[in-house]
Design a binder for this molecule. Sequence first.
Ligand code: NAP
Length: 299
Amino acid sequence: MKIAVTGANSSVGQNLLAQITTQDKITVVAGVRSDQAKASLPHSPRIETRIISYDDSAGLAKLFTSVDSVVHLAGILMENRQTSYASANVAATAAVVQAAKHSAVKHLVFISVIGADATADNAYFRSKGCAEKLVVESGISASIIRTPILLGRGTAGAKALLGAASQTKIKILDGGNYFMRPLDIDDLGVAILHCCESQSVGVTTHELAGPETISYRELVERTAKLLDREIKIAFMPIWLAKFGARISSILKGGGITPTVIDVITKDEVIQTNADTALGISLTSLQFTLEKITDKKQIS
Ligand SMILES: NC(=O)c1ccc[n+]([C@@H]2O[C@H](COP(=O)([O-])OP(=O)(O)OC[C@H]3O[C@@H](n4cnc5c(N)ncnc54)[C@H](OP(=O)(O)O)[C@@H]3O)[C@@H](O)[C@H]2O)c1
């Protein structure tokens, strides 16, 4: 089986490639945007890396030549002066879909987010919803996987959590009183490979979340405990955080914005978990936390 991966240097991409290096029946063409990103990828005779541009649909089509599935991972939560939701989440997906059609790709796997909605008021959820719509309307058979916060090596979620849990005193948005369903990044890798292998017909949208619902406050406290630290969590009003974020994002040209704060503090709620449909035995949250705090060997 041959897979093309866009945004291969993303945390999901890095983890997926690491999984693939342990499986001898899969080869990958990994698409990244720079030499620096290329250098960050795992080395394996079964991983071929190419520099791509999402403005160059002919180049993308070349990347997709003779692959069985395309896994589209490029996408952002935080905008900056160089990158917007419109370019990274929507236009890049449009280019990938166009190139996949041109190369007669059989199956597309798109990683989206729980809450994606093309009509949402929130610009991030709207951009992911618009990207999903492009995939749904492409005519290519596809698996859309909506995920919650991802925890694992290199994920933004794990970095933020470890940063918070390493403090002795910290102010958290709304005191951390919002609920998440953290998903182990290794489980997402298994789900992606399952979709590539099974190549289901038509378009299926899966919501794949972790096994436990937990408040962010409790998540920080449990992580701090694993780090053998005592932590005092104080309350940061959301209105105040948004006020600060509005000013700092104007000055910096992106980063944490009120839009991002709304995404972070939205409860992650799903209808039906796709773990069984995607052939996954979910990793327990405790085990995931032990991995990110180095209490367990990360595979
Ligand atoms: N991490 C999570 O908790 C989470 C939750 C839900 C959904 N997801 C989705 O899962 C996918 C992977 O997430 P991740 O957290 O692993 O990503 P990540 O580590 O933040 O990496 C982002 C990727 O997007 C690329 N990118 C940035 N701006 C771009 C642009 N304008 N055009 C095309 N590509 C651009 C980056 O390339 P450069 O390095 O070249 O900038 C990089 O490959 C994303 O689609 C994300 O929305 C992630």
